[in-house]
Design a protein around this ligand. Sequence first.
Ligand code: PRP
Ligand code: MN
Ligand code: MG
Length: 182
Amino acid sequence: AQDMGQDLEKVLLTQEQIDTRLTEMAAEIDADYAGREVLLVGVLRGAVMVMADLSRKLHLPVQMDWMAVSSYGSGTKSSGVVRILKDLDTDLHGRDVLIVEDIIDSGLTLSWLLANLRSRGPASVEIATLLRKPEAAKVDVDVRYVGFDIAPEFVVGYGLDYAERYRHLPFVGTLAPHVYGG
Ligand code: PRP
Ligand code: MN
Ligand code: MG
């Protein structure tokens, strides 16, 4: 196996920092949704780790469903035009929906997804994301639960990939420039 350490520049968030913050976020969610059942909607594939760890900290009754979306056309990441690769299997009518994401970068994916899910008649739609890059925002998205605001650096790990690699790392790190030709 290759040594991942050589590909990384630094660890941005340790496993422990992520765990601690997710515990705090789960407590907030538990309090906010007390007495209700929440439908957690994970956005494949990056949100897998956050979904697995955040959901296990919740005491609420929850259901889980998944969506896979992809930016259309140009190949430029996050054009804002989104295509559904895998839709939800759950009827959202009257449901309290909490979208679970790993990161909000430009905000374009989530802003589209928010509008799309809101058109399906849910009682509510909110967002929980582990990471957000405020300086990279191209559109304002109202996010209820944010783990960490980070600088606009290229981050991988804990679900986040570069060319599909590094998702399995248990922490969030920045990639060494040599990996992406920087
Ligand atoms: C990444 C990330 C978010 C989205 C954020 O997903 O997981 O879903 O981009 O970008 P935005 O705020 O600029 O729209 P990606 O499209 O890379 O797919 P993946 O989750 O399968 O890695
Ligand atoms: Mn994603
Ligand atoms: Mg990705």
